[in-house]
Design a protein around this ligand. Structure first.
Ligand code: SF4
Length: 316
């Protein structure tokens, strides 16, 4: 069921995540973001202490673990709200903060199993770095995948190694390719996180990242715009005049370019980011209405008479 092309290909079409989950579970499913108190080798000194150039000390985290809220409590706190607001019937436990495979396997197993025991949890999404998935962790993921829905979310950000070095990712595109390949070989879904608008990236560089992911046949893609957050290396670059954020129209074009290069079966988990207003330095348009931005992306695809997969397989 998951690899079927669900709709006729018409201008503006892309394979959205909500519909994909509806196909699998037969109801509205929502993710619950969780913080399990993990760290990251790019922050704890193993690879670096600076972190990726766009990441602040919260590591995209909610901070719930540091406030003493266990996984069960975090799920319970979010579930009622999401049921009321989005009419969600089931939930995916999304381990989002920092690198969620960066711990001893026994601790990982205990945390993931705790999440799966909670009411209405129907699977796991686990965000991590592609260089943080050793074979013993893959063994655990294999076992989890045999009994529940599992999506591994690996940060790639760009397939251009010069960009990865510039943003201090601490791994290259080859690391992503290897880990994605091993994960897919076990039948586990792989989602790639990508950022559009990275420093010194051209439109062709972003298209290259799309072609790279298309060639690897990742199951899903999550696209963010780069936003400059307080207390990051990006803030220094921006304030020093060494980085000009992507403008809204350029971002929309880049998203259209990206989607038309991906295969029809790739699920699009996200097309925008959600910066915290108090943390955002630039671009200010990133705060200006997610629904309108999504409508404008779809509208531009229609104007360009394009859809996801229209250029799949054609070299840029
Ligand atoms: S890998 Fe993730 S948590 Fe670690 S520094 Fe980079 S963005 Fe932050």
């Amino acid at each position: 069921m998951e690899n079927k092309a669900p709709k006729p290909l018409t201008p503006g079409w892309y394979r959205d995540f909500a519909s994909y989950l509806q196909e699998i579970f037969g109801c509205r499913v929502h993710k619950i973001s969780l913080d399990a108190g993990f760290s990251c080798p790019n922050r704890d000194g193993t690879l670096s202490q600076k972190g990726c150039i766009y990441c602040n000390e919260q590591g995209s985290g909610t901070g719930a673990w540091a406030r003493g809220i266990p996984i069960a409590g975090q799920i319970e706190n979010a579930r009622g709200f999401l049921e009321r607001r989005y009419k969600a019937k089931k939930f995916l436990a999304y381990f989002q903060s920092f690198s969620n495979t960066y711990a001893p396997v026994a601790r990982l197993e205990q945390i993931f199993e705790e999440a799966l025991l909670q009411e209405k949890i129907c699977g796991l999404c686990i965000g991590t770095r592609p260089d943080c998935v050793p074979d013993e962790v893959l063994g655990l993921l294999d076992a989890l995948n045999k009994k529940t829905f599992l999506m591994m979310e690996y940060g790639l950000q760009s397939a251009c190694d010069k960009t990865l070095a510039l943003i201090n990712r601490g791994h290259d595109s080859r690391a992503f390719e290897e880990t994605a390949g091993k994960t897919k070989a076990l039948g586990i879904r792989v989602c790639a996180h990508v950022i559009l608008g990275l420093p010194q990236e051209s439109r062709q560089d972003m298209q290259h990242t799309a072609d790279f992911l298309a060639s690897l046949e990742v199951d899903a893609v999550k696209i963010h715009m780069l936003y400059v957050v307080k207390g990051t290396g990006m803030e220094e670059l921006f304030k020093g005049g060494r980085y000009k954020p992507i403008c809204r129209d350029e971002f929309i074009e880049a998203v259209c370019d990206f989607l038309e290069r991906l295969p029809q079966k790739t699920v699009i988990e996200r097309l925008t980011g959600d910066p915290h207003p108090q943390e955002l330095v630039a671009p200010s348009w990133a705060l200006g209405g997610k629904a309108q931005l999504l409508a404008d992306i779809r509208g531009r695809m229609v104007e360009r008479a394009t859809w996801q997969s229209r250029l799949f397989g054609q070299k840029s």
